[in-house]
Design a protein around this ligand. Sequence first.
Ligand code: PXL
Length: 282
Amino acid sequence: MKQPRILVIQDISASCRISMNVAVPILSCLENWVSVLPTALLSTHTGKGFEGYTFLDLSAEISIILNHWRSLGIKFDGIVIGYLSSVEQMKMMKTIITQFTTEKALIVLDPVMGDHGSLYPGFTSEHVEAMRELCQFADVLIPNVTEAYLLAGITYPNKPHTKEIIEPIINKLTKKNKQSIVISGVTGTEKQVGAAFITKDSLEVCYVFSEAYPGHFDGVGDLFTSVIAGFLFQQHSLRRANEVAVNYISKVVKRTIEDQVNPLYGITFEKDLLYLMEELKK
Ligand code: PXL
């Protein structure tokens, strides 16, 4: 199969295995022709555990890059969007989606805004409102539970985030957005975690679970979105993409714990790339 030309829009959290630093290797291993558009350059991510991180917004540079790409006539078969620094950048996304895509391009949006019921530092209700609007331009939405609640405008519930809690939210989001939706971080039985998903034009919410491990692992959402996007760009089904992504995350979390790696800087995702490449061939 001809390699799809795809664009990753993400920040560079320089010292961490998250966002752009994990999206590129995963999407490259999954046989995509990868281009990148960094939204910001940071010294670390902005989550709990780091203070005094540096932050350079790259919006001005994005405009200049796009002007050059426009002159070259570059078009992408797929775009995966992650961390966006500002409402201004969300407006830029609409331009990219409308002007830099081939006719059948697939747009995958991870509406990165928060986790564990809170917004990430620097994000406000204005950011959430603009994200709701940007969602209309995507084919596949991949929020975590916190982001799904923010998009739906409903107060974040206590854990566990079981099927009964997730189902009304995913149904509410599908009414507003006519695309496929995947929610990550859903609880199955006590020792299971995974994803809930609904395919465009279907009425049934499906689930995939794997073994849950205690603790917080930064960058897991970025890995998850990259695997889903990679499999969809390669024409696999949403079910298959979810099965592989949930299994992969479980493997890399287990490995990170076993290797006693500090998960603050992201998780040990490299050794299981072979698993992804083998699954892609099936
Ligand atoms: O993993 C999501 C993410 C991406 N990029 C930056 C972040 C976070 C989460 O904290 O801070 C810069």
